[in-house]
Write a protein that binds this ligand. Structure first.
Ligand code: BEZ
Ligand code: FE
Length: 294
């Protein structure tokens, strides 16, 4: 190594040490740990790729554009975290140690707090386009006991790949809230979900194109299940056979969350109805892990 090189490397490391030391007096020990680690990794990253000033400028412009496109309906920073796999890594790090429980996956940006309450067997589609789909199963503990009165929030895109909140007309469709019954059972009508692209008209979309990656997610139904004494479950059901299962833009697919959907052309549905054009069915149990008390 030349003398100039050694001097330059020493200067870089001295700078990192100085920045690290600037956080030494952080009163909150967790914040101190996080900032030390962030600086160590960020500086190592810049050194590893030999970050140019132009690249640094491009990164600042990217983050600025992400900020400008973000509002209360669009969250480009979460989308960035999703496509970098950071959201799913955070899910994995925090997954409870209860192997029999239903696995978690990304929350996504399309949850709405005040979805309408739907009775068991009711219709969450409420006008969303798509093939009628009957979804049913049980909410239970890892020991197999029914969980009565669990709150089940469900939301999904329509057959055109859009959530209600993506339409400009303020509609509410493809979402609802149910309460599990006396045996932990749940059932509702929805529409068969379809694959759809994550919002890709902003800087994250540009990043995906520049890196030859696609924006598609495999078809899925979102669930958030809450019950006292149990850990909140945020998950999806994915459909077997979907062409995007192995290239979800946000890395959310887990094998145990992939289910078969059945198509019925002639048989009546469990509630005696006979939807025009046939109907699909999905059966899936939602298994909750005990509350993490640490
Ligand atoms: C979703 O499934 O709704 C979603 C998740 C991550 C990014 C965009 C959409
Ligand atoms: Fe989704």
């Amino acid at each position: 190594m030349s003398a100039e090189h050694t001097i330059a490397t020493d200067r870089e490391h001295a700078l990192t040490a100085e920045v690290l030391a600037s956080f030494d007096d952080t009163p909150d020990p967790r914040l101190r740990e996080v900032m030390h680690s962030l600086v160590r990794h960020l500086h190592a990253f810049a050194r590893e790729i030999r970050l140019t000033e132009r690249e640094w400028q491009t990164a600042i412009e990217f983050l600025t554009r992400a900020g400008h496109i973000t509002d209360d309906r669009r969250q480009e920073f979460i989308l960035l975290s999703d496509v970098l796999g950071l959201s799913m890594l955070t899910v994995a790090i925090n997954e409870p140690a209860a192997p029999a429980a239903t696995e978690s996956t990304v929350f996504g940006p399309f949850f709405v707090d005040d979805a309408p309450e739907i009775p068991l067997g009711g219709d969450i589609a409420r006008g969303a386009a798509g093939l009628a789909c009957y979804v049913s199963g049980r909410v239970r503990s890892v020991a197999g006991e029914p969980i009565v009165g669990a709150r089940i929030e469900v939301w999904e895109a329509d057959a055109d790949g859009f959530y209600d909140v993506q339409y400009p007309d303020g509609r509410s469709a493809g979402r609802g809230r149910l309460i599990s019954g006396a045996e932990g059972e749940y059932r509702f009508w929805s529409v068969l979900p379809a694959p759809y692209p994550i919002p890709h008209d902003g800087p994250v979309g540009k990043l995906l194109s520049a890196t030859a990656r696609g924006p598609m997610r495999p078809a899925h139904l979102h669930f958030m299940v809450t019950a006292p004494e149990f850990r909140t479950l945020i998950t999806h059901i994915f459909l077997a056979g979907d062409p995007y299962l192995d290239r979800d833009a946000v890395f959310g697919v887990k094998e145990n969350l992939v289910v078969e959907s059945l198509y019925h052309s002639d048989t009546p549905a469990p509630d005696g109805t006979h939807p025009q054009g046939g109907w699909a069915s999905i059966t899936f149990d939602l298994v909750l892990a005990p509350h993490d008390r640490t």
